[in-house]
Write a protein of this length. Structure first.
Length: 364
C-alpha cells in the first residue's frame, strides 16, 4: 500500500557507441491523431485570465526550443515535427504570458543530438546552448537554460559541462532517459554523474525512444505509452543500481510526473525489495526515500487522477510545474494544478519548489 497523502488536495479535485540514425523520434502521429483526444480529456473549462491573475510568477521547467542549426540537422534526418519546426521565441513568450509564466527553462527537443556523428553532435550541442543563452540574455528574467550535452559521447559531454556551467552559467543540464540501450543508472554515465554531483547540478530528464521498444504496437506511437514507461525505467535503473544514492548532490527532474511511476510504485516498493536479487539489499523505506528526493514536473499529467496520484506518492515539495510547450499550452497544463491543489500548494508547485533547485531564478 502506498503511503497516505500528507498534503492538502483541493476539494475541487497528474547510450550507446555510435550514431542513432535508426532511432530518430517523431511526434507527427501523436500530433495528428492525439490532439483531439488530449483536448477531450482536459480538466474542466478554466478561464485563461484566471491563470495570469492567480499565478503570474510560474516557473516552467519543461519548455522546448529549437536552435536553427539543430532544426536543420533534424530536418536532414527526418526527426523534425510541425510544432518544433514552427517554434519561435515570440510564440513561447506569448504562451507564457497567457498562462501566467514568469520564466521558462529551455531544454532541447527529442532526440537532442543523439542520432548525429561525434563531430556534428558536439558542434550542434554547443550552438544550441549558445542560442538558448542568447535568448535568456535578450529576454531578461523570461528564460532559463537546461544545457544539451553531445551524448552519447562522454568525453565531449564532460567538456561541454565545463563550458555551459562556467561560461554560459546554465541553470542545469538536460538529458534523455536513455541513449539507445543505456539507461541513466548504467555505469556508462558514471563520469558524467561524478562531475555533476561534484558541482551539485540540477539534471532535467526527458523520455525518448529506446532501441528495445520501437513500433511495438501497430498504430500506437512511442509517445503515447513507451515514453512514460521509459521514464519509469530510468528512475528504476537509477535507484536499483545504487546510482541515485551514490550521487546524492544531483537534483533530478523527471518529466511527465515520472511517467508511469505512480502505476508501478507498488512493484518497486514491495515486490522488488522482497524478492531476489534486491531482497536484503534494498528496503521499502530506502526506495521511498529516493522517490521522495526526485522532482517531477506536471507536464501532461494534469488530469485529476494522474496528478493527484503523484501528490499522494511523493511530497508536494517535489512537484514542479511544466507545460511541454510547444506540444501543449501553459493555460491547458495549468488546469490540473489549479483544480487539484489548494492555494498554498499551488504556490509551491508553480514556483517555490523550482526555486529550491534553480536558485538563480529567484531574481527572474
Amino acid at each position: 500500500m502506498l503511503s497516505a497523502s500528507k498534503r492538502r488536495l483541493s476539494t475541487a479535485c497528474a547510450r550507446c557507441a555510435g550514431p542513432f540514425g535508426a532511432t530518430a523520434v517523431s511526434r507527427r502521429q501523436m500530433l495528428t491523431g492525439g490532439s483531439a483526444a488530449l483536448a477531450a480529456v482536459a480538466v474542466g473549462d478554466f478561464p485563461a485570465k484566471g491563470f495570469a491573475q492567480s499565478a503570474a510568477r510560474r516557473i516552467d521547467v519543461h519548455h522546448h526550443f529549437a536552435s536553427p542549426s539543430w532544426l536543420q540537422a533534424m530536418k536532414l534526418i527526418g526527426a523534425d515535427n510541425p510544432p518544433i519546426a514552427n517554434w519561435s521565441a515570440q510564440k513561447s513568450l506569448d504562451d507564457m504570458d497567457k498562462g501566467g509564466i514568469a520564466t521558462a527553462v529551455l531544454s532541447g527537443n527529442v532526440p537532442q543530438v543523439r542520432p548525429l556523428s561525434r563531430e556534428a553532435a558536439t558542434r550542434i550541442a554547443r550552438e544550441s546552448n549558445e542560442y538558448a543563452k542568447q535568448l535568456a540574455t535578450d529576454h531578461p528574467g523570461r528564460f532559463g537554460v537546461f544545457a544539451m550535452l553531445p551524448l552519447p559521447y562522454i568525453d565531449e559531454s564532460l567538456r561541454e559541462i565545463d563550458y555551459v556551467l562556467e561560461t554560459l552559467k546554465a541553470d542545469g543540464i538536460g538529458v534523455l532517459t536513455n541513449y539507445g540501450d543505456e539507461w541513466l543508472g548504467y555505469s556508462y554515465f558514471d563520469p558524467l554523474w561524478d562531475e555533476l554531483n561534484r558541482r551539485k547540478v540540477t539534471v532535467y530528464t526527458h523520455p525518448a525512444d529506446a532501441s528495445c521498444c520501437v513500433n511495438l504496437v501497430r498504430g500506437v506511437p512511442q509517445t503515447a505509452v513507451e515514453w512514460g514507461a521509459d521514464t519509469t525505467r530510468s528512475i528504476t535503473s537509477l535507484i536499483f543500481s545504487g546510482t541515485s544514492q551514490k550521487y546524492r548532490d544531483i537534483n533530478w527532474i523527471f518529466s511527465h510526473g515520472g511517467g508511469g511511476l505512480t502505476a508501478f510504485a507498488e512493484r518497486l516498493l514491495v515486490q522488488m525489495v522482497t524478492t531476489p536479487p534486491y531482497q536484503g539489499k534494498f528496503t521499502r523505506e530506502m526506495v521511498q526515500a529516493e522517490l521522495n528526493r526526485f522532482h517531477y514536473d506536471t507536464a501532461q499529467v494534469s488530469l485529476n487522477g494522474t496528478l493527484a496520484a503523484l501528490a499522494k506518492l511523493v511530497p508536494i515539495s517535489q512537484i514542479v510545474y511544466g507545460t511541454d510547450f510547444p506540444y501543449r499550452t501553459a493555460a491547458e497544463q495549468s488546469q490540473g494544478v489549479e483544480a487539484i491543489f489548494d492555494e498554498d500548494d499551488r504556490k509551491r508547485v508553480n514556483r517555490e519548489n523550482a526555486l529550491s533547485i534553480l536558485p538563480r531564478l529567484r531574481s527572474a
